[in-house]
Design a protein around this ligand. Sequence first.
Ligand SMILES: Nc1ncnc2c1ncn2[C@@H]1O[C@H](COP(=O)(O)OP(=O)(O)OP(=O)(O)O)[C@@H](O)[C@H]1O
Length: 451
Amino acid sequence: MAASRKTPPDLIDRLTQQWPDLESGHSVLELGLSGGLDSVVLLHLLCRWRAAGGPSLSAVHVHHGLSAYADAWAAFCEALCRDKGVPLRVERVNVSRAGGESLEAEARKARYAAFGKSSAKVVVLAQHQDDQAETVVLQLLRGGGPHALAAMPAWRRLGGLSLWRPLLDVPRSALQAYAETHGLAWIEDDSNADPRWRRNWLRLDWLPSLAEVQPDYRRSLARVASNMADAAAMLDELIEQDRALCEVDGRLGLAKLSSLSLPRQRQLLLRWAQSHGLGEGTPAALEEFRGQLWTAARDRNPLWRLPHGVVQRYRAALWPVPDLFGEMPGACEISFDPASRADLPQWGGALSWRADPKGLALRLGQPLVLKPRQGGERLAQAAGRKPVKTLLQEAGIPPALRTRWPLLFDQSHELLALPSVAVAYDAKSGGGERWWPLWQPKAWQGYGSVE
Ligand SMILES: Nc1ncnc2c1ncn2[C@@H]1O[C@H](COP(=O)(O)OP(=O)(O)OP(=O)(O)O)[C@@H](O)[C@H]1O
């Protein structure tokens, strides 16, 4: 049987032709070796390449401890690498469902974390054309867009190193033929035969039926992946351009947003919200919000609720407001230190100080109290005591941020300031150095302040 299959003569050429440049500094490779057919064939190819003057080589086997055979797989990889003179590290990882994902997804995360610890410049993995085709179908069934359908790239960054998948355009049958021709031994993962896993069901049932009507489906699906990779890259470029057009200080300007076509508005909003850590919204919630954006009355401030925060329309812009759903903070004592910046996660921001002749006269270590608004507070201003609510409105603070905007009191509960917005007029008398309190909500960190 082994002799009857024809080995493609060019498998090693296909590998080396993808290699960018031996002089580029990528001269050390580490192979992810599971002990299965694919990575055993890749080990053989890389060893041949090494013998012909190619990059030096090591391997990593990730021991997940999930199968009764896990120790036997590690032992198999150790013996194979010893025989080939390839240094092997066996990484034992703990996989649990603690993250709330499937065991398969947790195992994958642990595996890639172990790959990321490599001291090589490039980690090489043995996914092939059948894996790519399966990934495209799985992403299609999940309802994925261009990024998901782009499936696996041949090269990508993983932390400080590169991941390389040189066999992505090689069908599994060619790897099997190669293994048989060279008399290679490998292990079969028992879980690959379990049809309860969607990928296995595809591989064992669905794709063989598809192959009967379209034998070249792998190539078509690989083409989908590469077309979608281009589409995804172009989408990224367009979103970046649109973002540069619409975003000022972390807010999206509505006038500029309205000049974009509807699909561009949608894509920009989704990406922008994600980049502010608000998570991925449902298409229905986004459409509802987009409808309100242009129709809600001027004095309304519609919200787009996302898994980790909200986006609020306020005046002529959209504001990202992360995590407003925790418990409201209580009163909090601090002591004045102009050199320190106090991160106050429960309040959703950070308090700092700036020397300013119009600020407060405070002494180092003076006790101060931060309290949330109760309603009805007033702050002394030149023209009388002004409601805090009016001061926040005048400063253009969107309503979603006002509930957690801290009020700064002295120890006798006199309101001293609304940080970044105003300080008490009567607190301005007296000599010495003066300080202006600054409140920077998490949503604005990395951008300017409200002033
Ligand atoms: N236990 C392991 N130890 C080291 N490398 C592994 C291990 N399991 C898989 N790999 C590497 O990853 C490649 C792909 O394996 P597999 O398709 O099982 O995993 P995956 O990481 O889930 O892939 P995908 O990126 O398609 O989700 C293998 O060919 C091999 O190079």
